[in-house]
Design a protein around this ligand. Structure first.
Ligand code: ATP
Ligand code: MG
Length: 265
């Protein structure tokens, strides 16, 4: 069964697009899974990163906003390799709210779900990179997701944003009763910082066992990957990748456990 996961937070610059890209990369390379990456952010960071990493031009037949208007969303999809496809981001997606406003109120949260429901079945994992807001596009992403992974930095304002985001997710359950919090992944700004430690405690108190044990640390390698694409053979590549491999393995274990918890029908 397809698992649809949104990588989210109100807060910008916390590593959402980076984790989405690296998890997509690893689901292919280490786990041989079929993955669809969906870039809902007009900044198009995920699409740019994927193009750099896989060195593909990856021009879709139609831009995403046009494909949505034409109800042919598959035309915005490109093949990256045997396992990974990408719904390419589009800066014109800024027009999505006006487009959705023309629909009946009860359909406005479900346009992305409706347009993608046939294509998502082709994948084992669908990873959605969201923009740092809870606009109607994010609502659409959350309404079609089975899980949300909150990506958070160990900074106080990121904690507050995560707290608000959690409340927003519980409100979104009205529109998607299958929605579950997969976990909170912390991006540690400063390993030795006392504020970081305090914020980690705040996360542990609020989210308890939903906080992932794996932590993402600040790494020069990740910044370089952001610039040139992911590499695997340079110094520190393996060590840095291990941090994300551990996080992904923990996420996969959580997903497996959730499957076991679901009563058989
Ligand atoms: N582990 C890390 N170590 C160092 N830099 C990182 C790490 N993860 C992400 N970054 C850098 O932090 C910046 C923000 O990351 P990213 O774009 O993934 O965040 P985001 O949450 O998607 O941002 P936005 O909210 O704007 O979409 C990027 O320059 C990225 O290269
Ligand atoms: Mg981003």
């Amino acid at each position: 069964m397809t698992k649809i996961i949104s990588f989210s937070n109100y807060k910008g610059g916390v590593g959402k697009s980076t984790i989405t890209e690296i998890f997509g990369f690893l689901l292919d390379r280490d786990h041989d899974k079929k993955v669809l990456l969906i870039d809902t952010d007009p900044q198009m960071n995920l699409s740019d990163k994927i193009r750099r990493t896989f060195n593909v031009e990856a021009k879709p037949k139609k831009q995403l906003m046009q494909a949505i208007e034409d109800q042919t969303i598959a035309d915005a999809r490109v093949t990256i390799n045997d396992n990974i496809d990408l719904l390419v981001g589009d800066w014109q997606i800024e027009k999505f709210p006006q487009h959705v406003a023309k629909l009946p109120a009860q359909a406005q949260f479900y346009l992305l779900y409706t347009l993608t429901k046939d294509i998502v079945k082709e994948y084992e994992y669908v990873l959605i990179d969201t923009r740092p807001s809870t606009d109607i596009m994010t609502n659409n992403a959350i309404a079609m997701s089975d899980y949300v992974l909150i990506v958070a930095k160990t900074e106080q304002d990121s904690f507050i944003s995560s707290q608000r985001y959690y409340k927003y997710l519980s409100e979104m359950q009205r529109y998607n009763e299958n929605l579950k919090l997969l976990g909170v992944i912390q991006y540690l700004v400063n390993t030795r910082g006392s504020t970081d430690k305090k914020v980690m405690q705040d996360f542990a108190e609020l989210f308890e066992e939903d906080v992932l044990k794996s932590i993402i640390r600040s790494s020069e390698r990740v910044k370089t990957w952001g610039y040139y694409g992911i590499t695997t053979n340079y110094a520190h590549d393996k060590k840095t990748m291990k941090m994300y491999q551990e996080a992904l393995n923990e996420v996969l274990e959580k997903l497996e456990k959730r499957d076991e918890d679901v009563p058989a029908h």
